[in-house]
Design a protein around this ligand. Sequence first.
Ligand code: NAD
Length: 797
Amino acid sequence: MTKIRTAAVIGSGVMGSGIAAHLANVGIPVLLLDMVPTGLLPQEESAGLTLEHPKVRNRLAVNAMDKLKKTNPAPLYSEAFIDRIMPGNLEDDLAKLGNVDWIIEVIVENLQAKQQLISRIEKVWKPGTIVSSNTSGISIHAMIEQASDVFKKHFLGTHFFNPPRYMKLLEVIPSEHTDPAIVSLMTEFCEKKLGKGVVQAKDTPNFIANRIGTYGLLVTLREMLANGYSVEEVDAVTGPAMGRPKSATFRTLDLVGLDTFVHVANNVFGLVDDPGEKEVFDTPAILKTMVEKGWIGEKMGQGFYKKVKSDAGKEIQALDLNSMAYAASRKISSASLEAAKQAKGTSGKLKALLGAKDRYSELAWNILKPVLLYSAAKLDEIADSIVEMDNALKWGFNWDLGPFETWDAIGLKRSVERMEAEGSEVPEWVKAWIAAGNDSFYKNKDGQSFYYLKNEYRGIEARPEMISLAALKQQNKVIRSNSGANLIDIGDGVACLEFQSPNNAIGGDILTMIQQSVDEVRSNYRGLVVANEGKNFCVGANLMLLLMEAQDGEWDEVDGIIRLFQNSMMKLKSLDKPVVAAPHKMTLGGGVEACMPADQIIFSSETYYGLVEVGVGLIPAGGGCKELALRASSLVRDPEVDLQPWINASFETVAMAKVSTSGHDTKRLGYMRPQDTVVINPDHRIYEAKQAVLRMDAAGYTPPAVKKIRVVGETGKAVMQVGAYSMKQGGYISDHDVLIANKLAHVLAGGKVPAGTLVTEQYLLDLEREAFLSLCGELKTQQRMQYMLSKGKPLRN
Ligand code: NAD
């Protein structure tokens, strides 16, 4: 068995349906099975259905699939992928499990139910098929105690996090019987094919992330109760101030559900013997009370927070744990929180917060300290190395730094001294490590990274598919650099252009670097990758600069900015070496235009891609409109065939500022060209882009010939304008939207020329620039820009 081509998911609840969707996302046909209902619903009865009817028998899986299409954020990369999921039930379709390569159990978290299901699976199972459980913390070996030896070899835990498409972590948990070859196969499959960050965990209660993460949440709750902090205070400290998500402690608990959380904590409580550990996992009475009251979080509309709607609008209220009443959520501020906010990087934030010595820095220390000590105490028991522990917490709880990285960030030696001075018990191995002269668990030396493993530093194995620009920069591989961008040597004669401005917005510095990169690559490299490791690939052009020039009426300056943008893109396009762009996450406006000149685009699976300029009262003018017209013209080569449907589609996409919901979804919006592809694992995107460059180079790359563009002309423009007019009549868009849409139609149609006219790229660029400049002079456009800059969302005026 070397490949997983088909799969079956059993249990179509929150996780089962999400996992089935993600398998469908990556092209794996999947059978989704659940129980056969024991009774009819009123609507089934009135439709004359019986318990024997397939519609009733498959109801649970079918309903789960319907829900998948409506869930936000979308579990599917593309709605069409739902067809890759086949619904069924555990009675009529059980035998089909004999025909799949991987069966994953995702039913209720109950050992007996899982054991019973596994014995049913074994009866139809064929050796070679891998079987796994998605349990959150039940013992893997206990589930298969009754199974045959050969079945045991094929069984393991594969623990996805919720939601499976979006959460990076997947814990792979072998039992003592699992065949190591299957562990390797699943690790590779889940990483490469499913795009997950795989961590190997030991078969211990709640594995790694939920063991440490739950401990952390419980000590936070205890500290809060002991020292009278409010819900808002705790969240102000335990969110971005400590390099953790905005949902911090209590919004996270509300999202997870307090009932689920108590269940997860109880699992550890029941399975550990250490009295100190047991005490922490014994959930505080307040949690039990809240669960009894049904205040379990988002799914019941209230938990630690409650959203209240009134005539005055929406209000977020927080629970006061003393009075058990909700009151308007208070904004918390302090010198320590402000210092953390101002500090750069998570390490800087933690140091600033802990160093401030006020009530909030006390709280941060008092919840950080036990988590670090607990992680160190549990190291060998639950994980093979600190790397697994750190990755599990980063990928499963969205922390910026794992516990051992955090320890390094706040100063290992110094913090251990403080812990000991406060009477805390520090694990012997940590003390011995420090006594041996070490002050960190990780270190970099001569371009090589090391981590602590069994009392020595072990080199972190370089993985060719994981190109890290950050590491390459440390290794002095920067070829050129300015305030907004770097050109980095990524090996084998390939250079990578990396944006590094705030939000990776494109300004003069990035454009200059694009031009310099072209010169550099032309003379000295085999090709160019355009990619970066920012939170988002690029949120567009530098709007602030543009707005300032527009408000001052500096039209020559605005004209100069657009010309520089257009010329840079044209220069990139005419480079006689292959160029591959690898966008990820938000890639908007100018970010899209920076990808369009590339010979190939490798979209990360999570790419939200769109020309959204209308949202700020503009149209794309860095070549975006021109590229769309060019694409339509090259797709429809026969001059007798009407171009209009293609241009209309582009017009609609840009006029409505549509953004893709995934890398695959760029196809629906017409942005994906035949040569463009999607890479599922975002960590592999730069490597894949580099490989694409090397392939093109090896095949004897020649740049695309400069082509004339056939346009739809004035008649085509009128068709688009009618579309905009009817949207206005229908009350969907404003007068200003119509003005923008008309300018967009003018550019996409090729201006005042007859249909079928052949024009040059430069001609269309001039039209773009002219339209853009005129829109910059509109007050309503300036208001839209201003609003976007201050509120971060579009104004519809
Ligand atoms: P859920 O309650 O949403 O879904 C469970 C599904 O299993 C339901 O569709 C139910 O009909 C089916 N089911 C229940 N008993 C069954 C049985 N005896 N035989 C066959 N089918 C049965 O639960 P969930 O949240 O999707 O959790 C499923 C599993 O995944 C659990 O083991 C849970 O611990 C684990 N898990 C959950 C999360 C999470 O955040 N919800 C995260 C990671 C892992």
